[in-house]
Write a protein that binds this ligand. Structure first.
Ligand code: CA
Length: 248
């Protein structure tokens, strides 16, 4: 594992041109990373879109993961009807998607995620949420499931960015909130679009395969380190953190 970590740091140095990695903040995605919520998201998107008469597959919503709801709706309308929805239509459809999402069983924290976040905090790393989501049912649970980790001024959501992932803005905004530079930030993601956003921001990017998207796809999106699960990240954290931060 030490060799794999060393290679990932080298990968990051090569692509960013920064001489040293000195992580002080972790910018963490929510759906499919902190919460095991993607099955519910794909199910509610699929239900909404098929009801609208849009041809789609359940699995394609894993590929749009990380985009704002508005982007997903616009993308499918354009594909099906070559039409752009009005902001009112987007609002109404996203509201309906939220209702369908809330009808599904409650989502749980991703196994290993609570311990992983506690491990970051114990190491003195500032934790920031970076999500494209605006789902209150999940956002409202963060304070309970991850106590002290994601204060209101350490949350990038659909509400406070102009450009969603894959644009780097959400991760750059997260860095601004933590008052760190790209060489002081690590990102933790699970989806290709999220990885692209994190990579473009310059953060050291760790991708986790927590759904059907394979390792190769996350590596191709530019991730510096790809791990098979959140639990795997939690397990290697004691080895990883001293290698990517100043502290031993
Ligand atoms: Ca995600």
């Amino acid at each position: 594992m030490d060799k794999k970590i060393a290679q990932s740091i080298e990968h990051w140095k090569q692509r960013t041109g920064y001489p040293t990695l000195s992580v002080k903040a972790a910018l963490i995605d929510m759906d499919g990373t902190l919460y095991d919520s993607m099955r519910n998201h794909t199910a509610s998107w699929y239900r909404l879109m098929t009801e609208q008469g849009i041809d789609c597959t359940r699995d394609e919503f894993y590929l749009y993961e990380g985009m704002t709801g508005a982007s997903t709706i616009t993308r499918l309308w354009k594909r099906q009807w070559d039409k752009t929805p009005t902001p009112e239509e987007v609002k109404e459809l996203y509201h309906q998607k939220t209702l369908y999402f809330n009808e599904l069983p409650k989502v749980n924290p991703m196994p290993g995620a609570q311990n992983m976040v506690a491990g970051l905090m114990a190491h003195g790393i500032t934790t920031v949420l970076v999500t494209g989501s605006g789902q209150p049912s999940v956002l409202d649970r963060l304070a309970t499931d991850y106590p002290g980790a994601f204060a209101d001024n350490h949350r990038v959501t659909a509400r406070n960015v102009t450009h969603g992932k894959p644009h780097p803005e959400p991760y750059l905004k997260g860095m601004e909130m933590a008052a760190v530079e790209p060489w002081q930030a690590m990102a933790i993601e699970n989806a290709p679009i999220g990885v692209e956003s994190a990579v473009a921001s310059g953060a050291f990017t760790v991708a986790l395969t927590t759904g059907p998207i394979p390792t190769e796809t996350l590596a191709a999106a530019g991730a510096d380190l790809v791990l098979p699960s959140m639990q795997a990240l939690d397990d290697i954290l004691p080895i990883l953190l001293p290698l990517i931060s100043d502290k031993q």
